[in-house]
Ligand binder design. Structure first.
Ligand code: ATP
Ligand code: MG
Length: 341
């Protein structure tokens, strides 16, 4: 029996961080054994807000690839590909664009939150507003049914499913598959500054390749409870960044719950919990950093050449089915199908 398809991706706008790991990469490492997994480097999507700095996007493709390999994503098991090199995705986006209104795109909570962060003013690029449509194209092109993502992506999946249902109903077909999110145990890792989400763009994250000194510096600068002035003061654990990271990365949940109780009662200092978190993160990140440093960066792009070729052929096939459902497969029957069937 064919394996269920999983697809996800990352924007090459910077190196990957701990939020990516707990929200998505950890699940991808497991899914590559049980699913037919596609991992997309979303450079086309990154250009929707980095269009004036395309070189940054290109340079970060290698960084993201290095992070994948460093955490244990295996290009023999997962199909890694580059979005911009699969033109069928743009074509699908163009067709799906007719199935969603501008008002609906403007209401998407993730897009709304991101717009508030960026300073587009009244000059919002149309491409940026429409990126949820292009994500729908990415997912449906591979008939993916599960998407291992962080919580910020839930509105995207909801919007994608609306498009899928509308398309299937309108053209009386089962051509597109509905999608489910596959959330990490930690659905959203907070920023080290206490902001709702650690993110590349906000530069409020601990990166997978940060040096031991930088990790320590970031941990010791973390926001705790501003009213916890003396060690003996009772402290708050809700919204306390150090405890949120301990919850996500400390292997012993019982130990953390005992520490939380002690902190809430009073008698546990911020330095003690930061020192514990620093030890945990140093231990976790050291092998990842070392594996990353040992990679031969020059040959990295070659690793996704075959994956991109495969992705192109699968996406092209779905595009043909989509066009055929709409009745605009005018020449495909004699060209593509004859070549491929
Ligand atoms: P950017 O700021 O450029 O949007 P980002 O840090 O948000 O970058 P993305 O490339 O947009 O990262 O996200 C890739 C994947 O990682 C998505 O599935 C997203 O849900 C997940 N992810 C990113 N940040 C976090 C986080 N802080 N917690 C959990 N999951 C996250
Ligand atoms: Mg993002």
């Amino acid at each position: 029996m064919d394996k269920t398809v999983a697809l996800t991706g990352d924007r090459p706008t910077g190196k990957l961080h701990l939020g990516h790991f707990v929200g998505s990469l950890k699940n991808r490492i497991n899914l590559q054994y049980s699913h037919d997994q596609y991992i997309m480097i979303a450079d086309t999507q990154a250009l929707t807000d980095y269009f004036e700095n395309s070189q940054l996007v290109v340079d970060n493709i290698i960084e993201v690839l290095s992070d994948y390999l460093a955490v244990g994503i295996d290009p023999e098991l997962s199909t890694i590909f580059i979005q911009s090199q699969v033109p069928a995705l743009c074509e699908l986006t163009m067709y799906y664009m007719n199935l969603v209104t501008v008002a609906r795109l403007e209401r998407n909570p993730t897009v709304k939150a991101e717009l508030a962060q960026k300073d587009f003013g009244k000059s919002i690029p149309a491409g940026f507003l429409c990126y949820p449509v292009s994500q729908t194209a990415d997912i449906t092109a591979f008939k993916a049914e599960i998407v291992p993502v962080g919580e910020d992506q839930l509105p995207m999946i909801e919007q994608a499913n609306e498009i899928v249902r509308r398309f299937n109903r309108l053209y009386d077909t089962k051509c597109l598959k509905e999608i489910s999110a596959y959330l990490g145990e930690t659905k959203r890792l907070v920023g080290i500054d206490g902001k709702a989400k650690a993110s590349k763009s906000l530069n409020n994250a601990i990166f997978l390749c940060d040096s031991p000194d930088i990790i320590k510096e970031k941990v010791y600068a973390m926001f705790t409870d501003p009213d916890h002035l003396k060690v003996s003061d009772p402290g708050r654990v809700e919204g306390n960044v150090v405890f949120e990271y301990l919850d996500a990365f400390h292997p012993d949940a019982k130990e953390i719950s005992a520490l939380k109780a002690q902190y809430q009662k009073g008698g546990l200092g911020d330095i003690a919990i930061k020192s514990l978190l620093n030890d945990v993160l140093q231990r976790f990140l050291q092998p990842i950093r070392e594996k990353r440093a040992g990679l031969k960066r020059k040959n990295l792009l070659d690793l996704c050449f075959e994956g991109t070729k495969k992705a192109k052929s699968v996406a092209e096939k779905t595009l043909c089915e989509v066009k055929s459902s709409m009745g605009i497969d005018l020449f495909e029957k004699c060209n593509f199908y004859q070549r491929n069937h």
